[in-house]
Design a protein around this ligand. Structure first.
Ligand SMILES: Nc1ncnc2c1ncn2[C@@H]1O[C@H](COP(=O)(O)OP(=O)(O)OP(=O)(O)O)[C@@H](O)[C@H]1O
Ligand SMILES: *[C@@H]1O[C@H](CO)[C@@H](O)[C@H](O)[C@H]1NC(C)=O
Ligand SMILES: *[C@@H]1O[C@H](CO)[C@@H](O)[C@H](O)[C@H]1NC(C)=O
Ligand SMILES: *[C@@H]1O[C@H](CO)[C@@H](O)[C@H](O)[C@H]1NC(C)=O
Ligand SMILES: *[C@@H]1O[C@H](CO)[C@@H](O)[C@H](O)[C@H]1NC(C)=O
Ligand SMILES: *[C@@H]1O[C@H](CO)[C@@H](O)[C@H](O)[C@H]1NC(C)=O
Ligand SMILES: *[C@@H]1O[C@H](CO)[C@@H](O)[C@H](O)[C@H]1NC(C)=O
Ligand SMILES: *[C@@H]1O[C@H](CO)[C@@H](O)[C@H](O)[C@H]1NC(C)=O
Ligand SMILES: *[C@@H]1O[C@H](CO)[C@@H](O)[C@H](O)[C@H]1NC(C)=O
Ligand SMILES: [Mg+2]
Length: 703
């Protein structure tokens, strides 16, 4: 029997040697990237090394076991070895306060759990075999759901399970600190925690300790029971984790690191090497959804609305009218935005002056830095606009050193903006009328006169088509840097000349400069321009407005007065006293007489601009006007008793003075638009001439 006994002993030693040498009794994982765990169910290792036992799918199981069995005792009847295991886990709940089942650390004779149920059985057991001690299962559960079937104490506890899910011992999750105070921990809070499970094989004692991740192991255990595992454990067991989700509760269960050792203290986990959890947990997402997202949406929506409002007001502010036909004139077209910038938003400080058509602003172009003058003309009707724009576009090509260059235009809903070159010395009238600070001497005045004449000649005869100025007067003569006279505003009057029906003829021009026949026919011609030029000549030489409301009634009309001085034999009496008798007599005589000639009530007696130039240059002797010539025109005029010489202006102005007292002061230089009918203009009806039918353009457009 001895050899048999001996053989058996040899065999036993061999077996135990083989098994012990094959068996591992210690391992440690800080992250599972390189671990060769046996996984089943929905358990998997994430790319960064997290062991993810379950995800948010309901009623799922996940298992992860160390691949090889581990020897827990020498033989079936021997006592179990001591062991210890530490692991870090995280349970992330899909909804606040709603836990899934949980994780259970398991020692099991097998790693296959086909018939096991999810939910309260942790994917480890089922209703049939729960609690049966032929299971040979030891577990430590981390349970976040209260199941009365297995008499769970609450929905957040740690329990020691032997062969069944009804815990042998359990406690609310938490830990005791060094002052012996208990702190609750919420298992499914998404926070990583560490669990220590230790079995002392000699004392037959099981202890379980829980703590937040970074805390060291508390001195006081959470659970401690005396229990001999020798009856539970088989000689070889598998160690690992089982986890399950319930029918509604959803929680993701993660294990971050794990160490195990038979007969001794497992290696401490290197917390710094543990894999990182997915950054934005579902809980955070829900917080983001409920609090931040609405705020963000509200803020961004209001930002968007604000942006749109800003954009719309900006677009409106800079809106222009651009019609198809204007494409041809795009070179002359200015952007309103540029003009707005140039004139600093059309602020009042930039106003150079006001005229019958609107205000004139000074500006500096943003890019080229060139100085401009912008005239804002309000214009409601679009009638005639096309022709007018065509005209200004062509006038933009007018180049003469005695014309104010028209640089271009811009069109808005109810206004037209004309862009001229800026004339640093302003308009001539400021140097002549109303006790000017600086007056011009005769040389300067004569040069301006010749300049204006040559500019007008260019308009009338030298350009490719005849351009009628329609509004010659001292305020439309601007002085450039070298005190050259330059004609501005050419053709602008035409804008108001059009439109309306053909029955009433609209007369545009300025009182005192309007030729009598223009009042009758409403037609502007080169000789109506010459008439206005005549009035301008007298204005410059005499330093008085063509119609001077401040003068004595007899001297109201400048032409009449000069004519009577000339009749009396001393035309020089009319000369501007501001000149202090410092002038060239011949030139003065030419200018005065030429002024009278141009102011002839009969167009056919007026000279052409070419002749005017010849007179001014001294190539023609000053015109001689005879009283008989005057008589003749008086007859032709057909209005007896009123000297036809002065006729239209005097009657009109007298009537006007009666009708609009107090405004006379400014009136002489203001543009008048009237619908005067031919018959009412005759002297015989001087009591009500014009009357109510005379309108001031200013009243019309700027009030
Ligand atoms: N290009 C310019 N450069 C400098 N100042 C200018 C220019 N154009 C106009 N001005 C100034 O603006 C003032 C107003 O001009 P505006 O042409 O509007 O009125 P007006 O000549 O008095 O009357 P009208 O409307 O009949 O032409 C002028 O008196 C002049 O001082
Ligand atoms: C859970 O994991 C399984 C298997 O990996 C997968 O098929 C399923 O789509 C996952 N569910 C969710 C909600 O991520
Ligand atoms: C992983 O374990 C399986 C058995 O569970 C084994 O077949 C395989 O060779 C192991 N792989 C590695 C790399 O250890
Ligand atoms: C198990 O057997 C080994 C020798 O193989 C021995 O050293 C050890 O004390 C035994 N352990 C128990 C708990 O019997
Ligand atoms: C319970 O589990 C055991 C072992 O896993 C299995 O054999 C048995 O069929 C299961 N019972 C049910 C009702 O699923
Ligand atoms: C425990 O399980 C075994 C086999 O799986 C079975 O024979 C036995 O009846 C079960 N005991 C109880 C109390 O269910
Ligand atoms: C454990 O106890 C020791 C001494 O009693 C103490 O120094 C240490 O801080 C305690 N540790 C904890 C985590 O309570
Ligand atoms: C800890 O949890 C238990 C059970 O949920 C509760 O009764 C107790 O008030 C909690 N303690 C603290 C400090 O929150
Ligand atoms: C643990 O400590 C490390 C650094 O010491 C820190 O980066 C980490 O956020 C801490 N973790 C927790 C859960 O407090
Ligand atoms: Mg003007």
């Amino acid at each position: 029997m001895v050899p048999l006994k001996f053989g058996a002993l040899i065999f036993y030693i061999l077996i135990s040697f083989l098994t012990t040498s094959k068996s591992v009794n210690e391992f440690s994982y800080n992250g599972f990237r390189s671990a060769n765990l046996s996984l089943d169910g929905i358990a998997k290792i994430t790319p960064n090394g997290l062991l993810k036992l379950t995800n948010f799918t309901t009623l799922q199981k996940g298992h992860a076991f160390y691949p090889d069995p581990i020897i827990f005792k020498n033989s079936s009847y021997a006592s179990a070895f001591s062991f210890s295991t530490y692991f870090v886990f995280t349970m992330v709940s899909g909804y606040e306060n709603l836990g899934g089942q949980g994780i259970i650390f398991v020692l099991s004779p097998s790693k296959r759990f086909e018939g096991a149920s999810p939910g309260l059985y942790f994917g480890l057991l089922n209703q049939t075999n729960n609690g049966n001690f032929s299971n040979h299962i030891f577990g430590v559960e981390l349970d976040s759901l209260k199941n009365v079937e297995v008499q769970d104490i609450d929905d957040n506890h740690v329990g020691i399970d032997i062969n069944g899910m009804k815990s042998v011992s359990s406690n609310t999750a938490g830990y005791w600190d060094s002052e012996d105070l208990f702190h609750n921990l919420t298992l499914n809070s998404g926070q990583p925690m560490q669990l220590w499970v230790e079995y002392d094989g000699t004392e037959k004692q099981i202890s379980v300790t829980l703590a937040p991740l970074n805390d060291s192991k508390p001195n006081r255990t959470l659970l401690q029971i005396s229990y001999d595992l020798s009856h539970v454990l088989k000689p070889t067991m598998f160690v690992g984790f089982s986890s399950a989700t319930g029918p509604i509760q959803i929680t993701s269960h993660y294990v971050l690191g794990w160490s195990f050792k038979i007969n001794g203290m497992a290696q401490s986990l290197d917390l710094s090497r543990l894999p990182k959890l997915p950054r934005v947990g579902p809980k955070k997402i829900s917080k983001v959804l409920t609090i931040y997202l609405p705020v963000i949406i509200v803020v961004s929506v209001s930002l968007a609305i604000w942006g749109v409002v800003c954009y719309v007001t900006r677009v409106r502010k800079f809106a222009e009218v651009l019609e198809e036909w204007e494409r041809d004139y795009s070179p002359q077209r200015f952007k309103f935005k540029d003009l707005y910038k140039a004139t600093k938003g059309f602020r009042d400080k930039e106003i150079l002056g006001r005229g019958g058509f609107g205000k004139v602003y000074k500006g500096v172009m943003p890019r080229s830095k060139s100085e401009i003058a912008v005239k804002r003309v309000s214009h409601e009707s679009r009638q005639g606009m096309k022709e007018f724009v065509a005209e200004i576009a062509s006038m933009g090509r007018l180049r003469h050193r005695n014309l104010v260059p028209l640089l271009g235009y811009c069109r808005r809903k109810s206004e037209l903006l004309l862009v001229y070159e800026y004339m640093p010395n302003g308009s001539l009238d400021k140097f002549i009328h109303d006790q000017p600070k600086f007056t011009l001497n005769w040389d300067q005045r004569f040069r301006v006169i010749k300049g204006v004449a040559s500019g007008l000649l260019y308009l009338h005869e030298e350009w490719e088509q005849v351009v009628i100025h329609r509004d010659i007067k001292a305020s439309n003569v601007l002085l450039d840097g070298e005190m050259n006279g330059r004609l501005g505003d050419f053709g602008l009057a035409r804008l108001y000349d059009r439109g309306a029906d053909h029955q009433t003829t609209h007369v545009v021009g300025t009182l005192g400069y309007l030729a009598p026949e223009q009042n009758r026919t409403g037609k502007a011609t080169t000789s109506t321009d010459v008439y206005a030029f005549g009035a301008f000549l007298l204005e410059v030489a005499c330093g008085r407005r063509p119609i001077d409301p401040k003068a004595a009634p007899n001297d109201l009309i400048l032409v009449d007065q000069v004519f009577s001085y000339w009749n009396e034999g001393d035309i020089f009496q009319a000369v501007d006293p501001n000149l202090c008798n410092d002038y060239v007599k011949e030139e003065m005589e030419t200018v005065l007489k030429l002024g009278l000639l141009c102011s002839h009530s009969e167009p056919k007696f007026r000279p052409s601009m070419r002749q005017v130039m010849l007179y001014l240059e001294g190539a023609l002797a000053p015109p001689e006007l005879s009283a008989s010539g005057l008589k003749l025109t008086q007859h032709n005029g057909g209005c007896d008793g009123v000297p036809l010489w002065s006729y239209p202006s005097s009657t009109t102005s007298q009537t006007l003075s009666q009708n609009s007292e107090g405004r006379m002061n400014g009136m002489a230089s203001k543009t008048v638009r009237g619908s005067l009918k031919a018959e009412t203009l005759c002297g015989e009806v001087s009591g009500h001439v014009g009357g109510a039918e005379v309108h001031y353009l200013r009243n019309h457009t700027t009030l």
